[in-house]
Write a protein that binds this ligand. Sequence first.
Ligand code: KG4
Ligand code: ZN
Length: 356
Amino acid sequence: MDTSPEIHVLALETSCDETAAAIVANGRRLLASTVASQMEIHTRYGGVFPEVASRQHILSIVPVVEQTLAQAGLSLADLQAIAVTRGPGLVGALTVGLNMAKGLALGSGLPLIGVNHLEGHIYSAWVYRPGESVPAEPRFPLVVLLVSGGHTELDLMTDHLTYQRLGSTLDDAAGEAFDKVARLLGLPYPGGPSVQRAAEGGDPNAFAFPRAWLEGTYNFSFSGLKTAVLYEVRRLQEKGQPLPVADLAASFQQAVVEVLFTKTMQAARQFGAAEILVAGGVSANRALRTAFKSQAEFPVHIPPLSLCTDNAAMAAAAGYYRFVRGQIDDWSIDALPTWPLSECLPPGQAADRPAP
Ligand code: KG4
Ligand code: ZN
């Protein structure tokens, strides 16, 4: 039996419109997680309003941290490290989390670890919640499909914290396409869950929307699909017909899922993946989850729904795997609004951008 003491990492995540804190033990067992969503506020604008997001983070961050510590029944003295999302994301929003994390690290003497938001999404697949049986750890080499509101890419992970980008979107991210199509169909923000709900009663074959296969690459493109939906909506409106929202939503969703699923499977075969990992906000999509769960060629890891969209447990898990490798940051770290996973290297080797 392993008797070594547990490592507790407290992480903060403020890259977009969720103010989140979490404590994870040994990179896997979730002890506490708080997500204060700003969704209601941003719904009024039909999307995230960056300055409003930053100010809301300032208001929420202290109560969110206090609540997380209370929920875990721990104090700062029981922790081993503070992790924080450094980027990619909205610079003003990231700054709030970074400043809070620096303050906590300074006050407690704990090490500070900056993590990449995309890396966090990936590591959400390592996390399990209290009361759950311990799920199998993802095994390398892993082909990772990362699908969020800002990013869509396929990566090969040959080891922890090691990413090779196989392809990415040339235009819209998958989540962005869901959000834009939701707007076209008059469905509320955030678009992903709205489109999924609308699609439930629809026929996925009602409209033959295009699939951008971009053969011979692992890149994606969703802007042509979004435009095809726009033209179809206009055509129907010009004819004065009521929009068959359920059929449009189901056909759009099917086109996205088919491309994401097919290209991930191709990459897994070509790169000899042991397993597949799907993460990011769009991994909450039921049709996408069903596609991966319905095949038996590769074991697939998809985080539980509560960990698919932004949260801090994922940052705590990623922070743990950096911490145990001695990858501690210093006070010089700042927000990186753009930060590709492939540049997510250990401190000292990191391609940190000079201050603007
Ligand atoms: O990872 P995430 O919470 O934030 C970013 O890092 O971007 O992803 C948010 C994205 C949004 O575009 C949202 O519409 C999408 O994930 N999303 C979904 C679903 N739930 C969230 N897309 C499709 N189906 C869903 N059920
Ligand atoms: Zn995210």
